[in-house]
Design a binder for this molecule. Structure first.
Ligand code: SF4
Length: 634
């Protein structure tokens, strides 16, 4: 079989037993990789309603046929489990080097079960799996733990995915970090790993991914390497990273500010990619096999000392700790980012939780005695202090570590309206009142408020210039999906729902293929839709098609919905906070809000287009059969 190792490792931490499982090529073709492989095992093996932090939960690390090939963007891997934050389907992806190294070590996926009696880490190398004592690592920062593991195993090339002290303390939005800077951030999967007493997974190997047509792959890689700098979106990404988005979003009134009350931030320039490049950035780096190198590393001495070993803040982190907390100090943001990577916390959830505290404080729902000090929007010192308190579960940090919804229940029944979240998952730094498709994405995402459900509406409101200089992403690139007409931003009618749904299939496909969204359509028009088909064909030798791949994307969304339905989720969980139906303050979109009735109609229409029950969004049996997953019992 090309593209895969053909081996999946099952590791039972309770008994210490490991098993290698093999599946036929047809199985791989049906589920392909990433989220779909993870969901297959969760739906087959997990009983509904289990405690996500009990030994009954499973944690799955999975890759695809593309992972570890020379294709730019093929660096990613998925982590899948039941989320302790949402109580539903949990998933997160990260780039870097861990995913390719896991395949080089001989495995397409790891299924981790049970709970170790004492802290352990896994050492996976060239087909071998060892469970090693991690007693000395427990309580250590991620940087120290990485150094200790590499020293113990005697090799600096070992790649490590690990939790930090926040995962050990079961913080509901603890993350998993690889190489200290690449983060599987959302859904609290670091807490699942902590609950299993599993501190880290170290991988190393020299197995190469077998390619069916290496000549074709070489030509795709060559084309990308020669052209990425000519692309208007990708060249800025190369120069500034995703922090490039700060100023453009502020200009169009969509830079979420002060807990989503405003769409423009007076200090946007101070926290922009341009400013970070000038003031604290020391270098750019990236992921395995990718020339784009969009990841910043920063260092600072004052007003906070920032350690460059933990990388630097990207757009989501800048939005979360910066404009959303009203903080216009790039060094304070960089410090909060460092703490998160050092302790293993999701920066988005942490920043939004702090913004929630700031608003509760302003509304007098929280007092100085409860927090320990005064808190206000714009105060970088208290923002950094609260980040550290959450990371260590100190003082009010212990309550906030349970997530915004649980914290709101204890603070005041009025506090929930200041929690910008869906299904318990905090909003990311994208203002839905300026792009209504993102509102639909936040609502229906199986993992809660997630801006990466589908490409954002603003790109599809007009046709591209002939030379594509002005619009780096264009409607024309979506023509193979049958989408040819522009659709307005403030609109949730049938054309928008159709556009959203097709794009959701495509973005789900990226998480099935574990491919970075920055290397192809629709995020940037470098690799075309047909190039995606060509990649999978050339790696596997399958005579695949865009149809087959999009169906794999759709299968992933519906499997995730099935998981949530089994947990008791329905239409009532596809809810947005009231704030998005109220007028936005500040910025060029001042006064804009989402029409609630139009949103409700769009939700019903989306369920129907997906082949789900219109009332509650339960996938119909016929749809499950159509997707080849009729075995799922609801
Ligand atoms: S575009 Fe950036 S995030 Fe994506 S693979 Fe390349 S370096 Fe990594």
């Amino acid at each position: 079989m090309f593209g895969y190792t053909g081996k999946i490792a099952r590791i039972d931490l309770s008994s210490g037993k490991t098993k290698i499982e093999a599946f036929p090529e047809e199985w791989y073709r049906q589920y392909m990789g990433g989220r779909n492989i993870g969901l297959y095992f969760l739906l087959k093996e997990l009983k509904p309603k289990i405690d996500p932090l009990s030994l009954n939960n499973k944690l799955i690390f999975s890759t695809s046929m593309l992972t570890g090939t020379p294709i730019p963007g093929s660096s990613r891997y998925s982590v899948v489990s039941k989320s302790p934050l949402t109580g539903g389907y949990g998933e997160a992806e990260a780039g870097g080097w861990f995913g390719p190294e896991l395949k080089a070590a001989g495995f397409d996926a790891l299924i981790i079960e049970g709970k170790a009696k004492v802290p352990v880490y896994l050492w996976i190398h060239n087909g071998q799996i060892e469970i090693k004592n991690a007693g000395l690592l427990w309580g250590k920062t991620t940087g120290d733990a990485q150094r200790m593991i590499r020293k113990e195993l005697g090799d600096d090339r070992i790649r490590i995915a690990q939790i930090g002290p926040s995962g050990e303390k079961l913080i509901k939005y603890a993350c998993i970090v690889n190489e200290l800077v690449h983060v599987s951030g959302r859904c609290g999967l670091g807490a699942v790993m902590g609950a299993k007493n599993l501190r880290a997974i170290a991988v190393h190997g020299n197995q190469k991914v077998k390619l069916a047509d290496s000549t074709k792959i070489k030509s795709l890689v060559k084309w990308f390497t020669q052209h990425y700098k000519d692309h208007p979106g990708c060249s800025v990404l190369h120069d500034l990273g995703t922090a490039k988005n700060v100023i453009p979003l502020d200009e169009v009134g969509m830079l979420p500010t002060e807990n989503f009350r405003k769409g423009s931030f007076k200090h946007a320039a101070r926290i922009s990619g341009e400013e970070i490049k000038k003031s604290i950035r020391i270098k750019m780096s990236g992921c395995y096999a990718c020339p784009v190198r969009c990841k910043p590393y920063v260092a600072a001495q004052e007003p906070f000392k920032v350690n460059p070993e933990y990388g630097g803040p990207e757009y989501e982190t800048i939005g979360a700790f910066g404009s959303i907390c009203g903080v216009g100090d790039a060094v304070a943001i960089a410090k909060a980012h460092e703490i998160c990577n050092k302790y293993g916390l999701d920066t988005i959830s942490t920043g939004l939780t702090i913004a929630f505290v700031m608003e509760c404080f302003q509304q007098r729902l929280l007092k100085k005695e409860e927090v320990g000090f005064e808190v206000s929007f714009g105060d970088g010192d208290s923002m950094v202090k609260l980040t550290e308190m959450i990371a260590k579960r100190e003082g009010i940090g212990d309550l906030l570590a349970e997530g915004m919804v649980e914290a709101a229940k204890k603070i005041d029944h009025d506090a929930l309206k200041y929690a910008m979240q869906v299904k318990g998952q905090a909003f990311s730094a994208h203002e839905p009142r300026g792009k209504w498709g993102v509102a639909l994405g936040y609502a229906v995402s199986p993992t809660g408020a997630d801006h990466l459900q589908a490409a954002h509406d603003v790109w599809f409101t007009k046709k591209a210039d002939k030379d594509r200089k002005r619009i780096p992403i264009s409607l024309e690139d979506l023509a193979p999906l049958g989408i040819v007409d522009p659709v307005p931003v403030e609109y949730l009618g049938p054309e928008k729902v159709r556009l959203f749904m097709y794009l959701q299939f495509l973005w789900s496909l990226y998480n099935v293929l574990d491919l970075c969204i920055f290397v192809g359509v629709p995020e940037y028009s470098l690799f075309s839709l047909n190039d995606l088909v060509s990649m999978v064909r050339s790696v596997t030798g399958w005579q695949t098609s865009l149809w087959e791949l999009l169906k794999a994307g759709e299968r992933g969304i519906t499997m995730a919905r099935c998981f949530n339905v089994r947990e008791g989720f329905g239409r009532g969980n596809d809810r947005l906070p009231e704030r998005v139906f109220q007028p936005l303050g500040g910025g060029v979109l001042e006064g804009k809000s989402i029409d609630k009735e139009e949103f409700e109609q769009a939700l019903t229409l989306y369920y129907e287009m997906m082949g789900w029950e219109r009332k509650n969004g339960v996938p119909k049996k016929a749809k499950l059969h159509e997707l080849g997953i009729g075995w799922i019992k609801l």
